[in-house]
Write a protein that binds this ligand. Sequence first.
Ligand code: ADP
Length: 212
Amino acid sequence: MPRIVLLGPPGVGKGTQAKVLAQHLHVPHLSTGDLLRESVRAKSSLGEEADVYMRAGRLVPDDLVLRILRERLGRADAATGYILDGYPRNVAQANELDRIAPIDRVLSFDLPESALVVRLTQRWTCPKCGTAYNLATRPPKVPGACDLDGTTLVQRADDAPAAVRTRLAVYREQTEPLLEHYRRLGRLTPIDARGTPEQVAQRLRTALEGRS
Ligand code: ADP
């Protein structure tokens, strides 16, 4: 049962790769960012609380994220495995995950910071299905519309420059220490995230096959 965590800084391409990998392995893609954005759109009380943190580029409090994650992990399609994208993001979340749903592998994506900023500020996202486009490297076929469902693309509020700086700083301070945590447990596989989405997907498959 593949239970895989994708780790890496904002803008590294985790979400794009998670979708491809989930299809390849026939398991769901669980993105805490997508789940939180859904609650914001649905205007639930959890969503309204989370929105303030997300717009600023800060982490949403652990208890809120955990509530949403537990609910998602409990759904039937997650019983045969999943690709977890965006969780854990700090040591407390990693410990919580070990308690509720131990994972098999952690794939960590690396990319120089200058490339991250370019990917984030040129990113347009489909608000319906979450597919990410990049005006420079992966433009939609019809300008401004999602290739998959035609929905008008939007820029995420937290891709504004000030929030991008905060997200990168939060990643370095709170999430990066997890690399060492998983390296010590022998579960970490680093992936070079430079190049096109297809090149990265190929490296990912090679890394997974190498150990299976
Ligand atoms: P990115 O990795 O590109 O920043 P995500 O979609 O994964 O984008 O997350 C967007 C925002 O959602 C984060 O900046 C944070 O506010 C919130 N978030 C997502 N996952 C978590 C988490 N596990 N813990 C706390 N906040 C989270």
